[in-house]
Design a protein around this ligand. Structure first.
Ligand code: 13P
Length: 250
């Protein structure tokens, strides 16, 4: 069901000790009483300890990626079953860094989505246009294609397990954020695209997060937009004060 979510994608940052330090600081500083779901996504090797550490808190843990196969000869990869076995029930898929640096195609991401759902995991599905797409006025087409190719093979019931994260690539780690109006315009388009494919019930029920240089000083304005249901936060999720301020901005 549509609700507010703030998720921190830690990317390839924080070793074991630093993970514990940041989790402790988050436990101290994050609000307990806000109607917002709070998620952190540390690296694979710190997921199990994060799940343990956060057991009696209002913070849950997501993985940043997983492989699309059930198991087998995939050296260096992690499966849905492995994540579930340590208590991780949410996975971020389709992040632009996975798409560009690690060459994940829409077909691979769609297979990952299917595997995650087979294991009753929730998916935070990331997508968004590059700067050249926006300059060429292709951003709506690109976003629609990513949605269609990654998710529109799903049946209606599967959408209960999908959270969307619109992350324009030109805003990720650049300090340049989409304006609140640009974010709202795209989020509205995304909801409308889902409405056309699946109907109003699903379109109104899905949470759509914005990601890309969200900081304490711009979060409130972005989150105030009607189709923005929260944020997927990179750099600012690595400092407890900043992440707490962003959660409080909801
Ligand atoms: P930044 O907040 O560092 O721009 O990263 C956003 C992001 O990629 C979250 O997944």
């Amino acid at each position: 069901m549509r609700h507010h979510i703030v998720a921190g994608n830690w990317k390839m940052n924080k070793n074991a000790e630093q993970t514990e330090d940041l989790l402790n600081a988050l436990i101290d500083q994050l609000p307990q009483d806000k109607a917002v779901e709070i998620i952190v996504a540390p690296t694979f090797i710190n997921l199990a300890s994060a799940v343990d550490h956060l057991e009696y808190t209002n913070i849950s843990v997501a993985a940043q990626n997983m492989h699309e196969a059930e198991s087998g000869a995939f050296t260096g990869e992690i499966s849905a079953d492995m994540l579930k076995s340590i208590g991780v029930n949410t996975v971020i898929l389709g992040h632009s860094e996975r798409r560009t640096i690690f060459h994940e195609t829409d077909a691979i991401i769609a297979a990952k989505v299917d595997k995650a759902l087979q294991h009753q995991m929730r998916v935070i599905f990331c997508f968004g246009e590059e700067l050249k797409d926006r300059k060429d006025d292709q951003h709506f087409n690109v976003v629609e294609n990513q949605l269609r190719d990654g998710l529109f093979h799903l049946d209606k019931t599967a959408w209960e397990s999908i959270v969307l994260a619109y992350e324009p690539v030109w805003a990720i780690g650049t300090g340049e954020t989409a304006s609140p109006e640009q974010a709202q315009e795209m989020h509205q388009f995304i909801r409308e695209t889902i409405r056309k494919a699946y109907g109003s019930d699903i379109a109104e029920a899905v949470s759509i997060l914005y990601g890309g240089s969200v900081k304490p000083d711009n979060a409130a304005e972005i989150f105030s937009k009607p189709d923005v249901d929260g944020g997927l936060i990179g750099g600012a999720a690595l400092k407890a004060e900043d992440f707490a301020a962003i959660v409080n901005a909801i």
